[in-house]
Structures are given as structure tokens and as C-alpha cells.
Design a protein around this ligand. Sequence first.
Ligand code: HPA
Ligand code: ZN
Length: 333
Amino acid sequence: MQISQLIKLLPKAELHLHIEGTLEPELMFELAQRNNIQLPYANIEEVRKSYEFHDLQSFLDVYYLGASVLIKKQDFFDLTYAYLEKANEDGIKHVEIFFDPQTHTQRGVSFEDIITGIVEALNKAKDEFAISSFLIMSFLRHLSEEDAFEVLEQAKPFYNNIKAIGLDSAEIGNPPEKFKNVFKKAIDLGFLTVAHAGEEGPAENIRNSLDLLNVKRIDHGVNCVTDESLLQELIKQKTPLTVCPLSNVKLKVFKHMSEHNIRDLYLKGVCVTINSDDPSYFGGYLADNYIECQKHLNFSFLELVQIAKNSFQASFLTEEEKEIRCKEIDKFC
Ligand code: HPA
Ligand code: ZN
């Protein structure tokens, strides 16, 4: 069997995935039509052509435009279910999904429609594909901490559906300390926390996310290599990094996959995981990210098996569930 087929069959967890980033151009067009929204693209080829990014902000502009077609509960259900069908084909057994309510509530979409659409699709996928899932509600860091407090309040009737709180969007100019108080409140309410840090921004953002936001893992985190003491701390504390290789190449964090530092981090002993971030925009879903790492960074299949185990170990599943999933991987090998 080819290694790409083995990678697809390998049980995996996806820990860094923005649901809005799974919107394929075909569904974008369908929803635009359904909701009477005028897109600035004549056809699907034009949409794909616009997916040339030079940094995070140039991507976010296109991504928020795409997300504007998501208006009704059914749209969020369709988006999430379409992703879970792909996740099932990709060998994903557990997924922790980011959703950004502010992207939509700013445009007048109801919080209830967003979350219930997503949750109903997650429940259907659990029944049909046996994929378990958690939701991570992410604050947009280019907005204010006050705005984040407001979302936390809006989410109140749905706290049972949300496992953790995250922080995403433009990292440069929006350091984690801006959200210190709202993260403290979220932790007091019983949420786990994660944050995007060290993607385009400095290693200092990783340290401050750990120290000031008390995050359990770092999303991206690849810039940790510029601070040796931080790197040693990540290794010692076994802090997971949810690395997104294709995303990093698309957004020019690394020039080419062969220059990505994920294998160096892995060999140094960092708990790295492989994830897809915004797969519709970055040219590949989870298995594609594993396959690209294997092709360009000389990861052996057994090293990828270890990364798949890391993905369950770094998840928010219970210790017992993690053990069951890792045993399934051992059986597979
Ligand atoms: N970084 C920050 N914010 C995001 C990303 C990302 O890669 N994707 C969607 N929102
Ligand atoms: Zn991300």
C-alpha cells in the first residue's frame, strides 16, 4: 500500500481547524445564491484564483469575504456537515473545531443560529461516522477585549456546547495581553484556553499566552525557535503546538515546505501535531498536510504515527479516551 493511503487510514485527531476555513467555493456560490448575496467573483475559477496570499492579513480579507455568505442556521449546518464528510474520508476520529461568532454576529447573524447549526451537524457526524468533537469559541483579536466579553455573555445559554476559548485573526499589533481579563473570566467559568501565537508574531506572544492567558496549547507556535529558553520550557512542560504546515507555506511563514521547521521541532522533543487550519483556502485537508510533511521533510511513517498519537494526547479528551485512541493506532500499525 502507498504511504499516502496509509496516512489516510491512520486514525488522527484534528485540533486546529476553523470551520469557516472549510468553505469550498462551490458551497460559497450555492449559499450566496440561496441568501441573495452578491459576491465579487464571476465564477468558481475566479474564487480559486483569488487564493494567492502574501501574509496572514491578505488571507483574512478573502476569508471574511467568503464567510459573509453564512447567514442562517442551515448554512452553518451544511458547512459543518460537508467538512465532517471529508474528515471521515481522511481518517479523522476526533476534531476540535474553532468557530468565530464575531465574524457573523457583526453582520447581524444570531449567535443561536450559528452554534445550533454547527452542533446539530457535529451530533449527526457522531452518529454516522463516530467522529467525536469539541467546539472552541475564538475571539477576534483585532477587536476589543470589551467585544470579547460581550461574546462570552452571548454564549451563556450554550456553555455546555463549548469546551474551550481561543484567540485568532491578525496577530501583529494585537498581542495576547490585550485579552488577559476575558481569558481569566473564561477560565473561572470552567473553559479551557488556547491561543494562536508565534505564527507571524514573535516568540514573546507564545510566552505571554502561556503566562497571562494560561493556555493549554499553542496554535501554530512555529516562531518559538527564536527563544531558546522558551523552546526548552515547551519541551519540558510538554506544551502541544498545533502546527499547520500547508497554511504556513501559503501565508509565507516559510518559503517552501522543505524549509518548514516542524521536523526540527519534532526531533528536539516538542509535542507537535499536524493540522489543516483553513483547508479550503490552503490547498489541502488533514491527510494532505501529513503527506506534504512526509514528502518534503523526510518524516518516516513511524514518525507520523507518533504525531498522530500526539494529536490525541494533545486533545481535550479524557486520559481514558486518549489511551483508547492511541491503542487503536497501535492496532493499526
Ligand atoms: N491565523 C489567525 N487567524 C485565523 C487563521 C490563522 O491561520 N485562520 C483563520 N483565522
Ligand atoms: Zn488558525
